[in-house]
Ligand binder design. Sequence first.
Ligand code: SAH
Length: 490
Amino acid sequence: MLRRLMVQASNNQRCRCLLTPHSSLLFQQRSSSSSSFTSPSQIETSTSVEQLESSNPSPKTSPLPSSSISVDRSGLYNPPEHSHEPSSDSELVKHLKGIIKFRGGPISVAEYMEEVLTNPKAGFYINRDVFGAGGDFITSPEVSQMFGEMIGVWAMSLWEQMGQPTRVNLIELGPGRGTLMADLLRGASKFKKFTDSLNIHMVECSPTLQKLQYDRLKCIDEDSSDVSVEKRIISALSRTPVSWHATLEQVPAGSPTIIIAHEFFDALPVHQFQRASRGWCEKMIDVAEDSSFNFVLSPQPTPATLFLMKRCKWAAAEEIAKLGQIEVCPKAMELTQTITKRISSDGGGALIIDYGLNGLVSDSLQAIRKHKFVDILDNPGSADLSAYVDFASIRHSAEEVSEDVSVHGPITQSQFLGSLGINFRFEALLENCKTDEQEESLMTGYWQLVGEGEAQFWEGPEEKTPIGMGTRYLAMAIVNKKQGIPVPFQ
Ligand code: SAH
């Protein structure tokens, strides 16, 4: 995301460790656990993920039965004194604290991230337009029309390789304002055979963004006097039917499919692990005594540890040994497998563009509010949370479930857009510019998409110097082998 232009925020969040030795009940005993937290810097480090297995706690033993019954009430929950002071906590903060309280212990970073971004009432994405200068961050489709147009070139080329089917599901995951799809359809509108084949499916959890997408695609509700026929929504940009879904699974299967995921995977919840003397511990989020959120380390393997072990099996020992922290994203693994199965059975392919690494990701989760980095735990729901995408994990997840697909890339966004012909498009648009402002905006957008670092041509205010993201963003394709190698991955 262009939000990634900003320098990585220093990671100075407080993180504490739960070091209670007999920990199997620890998450049910928060009130007594806080005194045993230890700072992560005091934790001895270890080197191998195998320690996960050895760090399993021994089974809890029952106390010997005694002849007289005595009830130990010391562990019972002792609620704080009732207060009539109005709480300044937002609805989302109350909700998160409620989960931690009723669960009787901390929640994973992934659970926190998921609630913060997509809680149906108060999630970051749910009730507002977060994009653009007036929002929290800006994305490539919002920077230049050339981005959506080039994705359109990619989709059309794949459609050619698919044998120009007459019915295609074009699915976009997390379409934001709908700008990418609108530019794709406008750019492709001369290729009627292609646009006529399309059924567009927008996978979007936010009702507010769904409405923006409807407007951006110039949608109209089709008039039909026949009550037996289901009413359709049509994009006036290409006379193409459009529908919305909360998840990919809800999109009807059975037709050849093209899937686009731009900056979707980075919004999927990640689990964070930290190396400690007893092995890898999951970083969790708790409520401190002063009622703020803080990080703690799990004292024992958590369910997500299975995903850490799976991910580490795909990595070389030296890659793991270098890291003190690892992020894993089970939702990305699962989504990749859903995409792969769909492409395997229906034909077609998927394009994933995001920032990230072609290997293990260490500690990348960050929060951005109004174009500035903020603390991840500060006022949740008011800032975007995102993490680097682990492209190697996507590759392995895809290859694990099907032999009918091939995975290509990642290559840099700059290579991807360059090979698809963005330079020609840029020159054509430049010739059509009528004002200096138009020219400047076109050049700025072009640089942001394919350049690297600060733009040398810039003569405006220093703080507005365009920064190129061409090598920070990566593109990967998963396609049905029947389609051959997709452009421009040959
Ligand atoms: N692709 C767009 C927007 C990226 S932001 C662009 O490049 O401009 C992430 C998008 O994914 C938003 O539209 C957000 O509402 C949506 N989203 C995030 N998590 C989601 C989830 N779990 N299910 C469906 N949509 C989600």
